[in-house]
Design a protein around this ligand. Sequence first.
Ligand SMILES: Nc1ncnc2c1ncn2[C@@H]1O[C@H](COP(=O)(O)OP(=O)(O)O)[C@@H](O)[C@H]1O
Ligand SMILES: [Mg+2]
Length: 370
Amino acid sequence: MAELVLSHLKKSYDGKQVLHGVDVTLPDGHFVVIVGPSGCGKSTLLRMIAGLEDVTEGTISIGGIVMNDIDPADRGCAMVFQNYALYPHMTVRQNIAYPLRIAKVAQAERDRRVEEAAAILNLTEYLDRRPAQLSGGQRQRVAMGRAIVREPEVFLFDEPLSNLDALLRVQMRIEIKRLHKRLKATSIFVTHDQVEAMTLADTLIVMNGGRVEQIGSPAEVYRKPASVFVAGFMGAPAMNLIDASVDVDGLVALDIAPHLPVAEAQGVAKGTPLVLGMRPEAITLSFDSSRGLPATVDLVEELGGSRVAYCTVNGRELAVVLPPSDERYEGREVYLQFDRRAWHLFDRTTGTRLDNLVQPRASTRRLAEA
Ligand SMILES: Nc1ncnc2c1ncn2[C@@H]1O[C@H](COP(=O)(O)OP(=O)(O)O)[C@@H](O)[C@H]1O
Ligand SMILES: [Mg+2]
């Protein structure tokens, strides 16, 4: 059993702190994805778990044993890197067997494990080739094979699909998911790609600037982002995030449309700087001038199954998802209506989510006009 616990984990390089205290408990057998922008500390965190970087402060435990001072080879972790790190002069068989040779595993056992891993990864017919004779996807599978033969308790993946083209990336993503269903080992997968993160994770950890912003299921993180950062990072097209304020009556309005309050905020002081978030799919666009906020469509992006209209309202851009149609929107005056149940409210100063929004009361005259 390999529950993984990170406790107050900190890391500094030459006095410069890059991880500011990470606290995470990962249940045995979970597939966890750490997602965040480049430079937020994902690789550092993974390398610390693997034992490739020292811990500045805090503890890492796997299966109840503190690993801080344990040799990387004895931690029960196997890591797969973005650049595959294969030996070019060795065959696929030799590459996959390499960690077992280093660990002095007997030849018969070595052969058994290599054959088994190759079968799982559809590499059997390539065992005698060298890496140069393989496609990118096959090379990445060899790198995974090298991790599998170690029969680790924890798999660590550091952006393993980033070097592959888009189609292959989707295929490998599905393969990794299948592999996890079969092997059931605790897995930590690091990526900067939020689509990859959403699709792979049982549990998602969103990081920013060396801190954990949110931990939750992909659906929770999408539906209830804990901060402005998470709201803007997860989801494509990105959530519209617009400055807003609360007036004397406790009504919240966008700064770009102060005369159209969108909701009531209970327990938020007047004048508190806010950000209102609205997913592009929660806005509808019409030509009916009797309702909604006037806007101009600047650009429409065709996505096949849907389209995204980029509209301007008082100098601010708002993305709106449109159903597929042949209607031409570019350059036209339109009216935007908001699904008021789908607003996300954030404190602009701290960036944290506020759950103080309430459904507008029918009796509120100004709201009824909106
Ligand atoms: N060996 C190192 N020495 C000094 N700074 C480092 C070293 N490795 C990483 N960093 C810094 O730590 C931060 C986090 O890096 P990294 O973990 O690689 O981010 P990510 O994998 O999320 O892109 C970055 O600011 C990076 O410059
Ligand atoms: Mg990295």
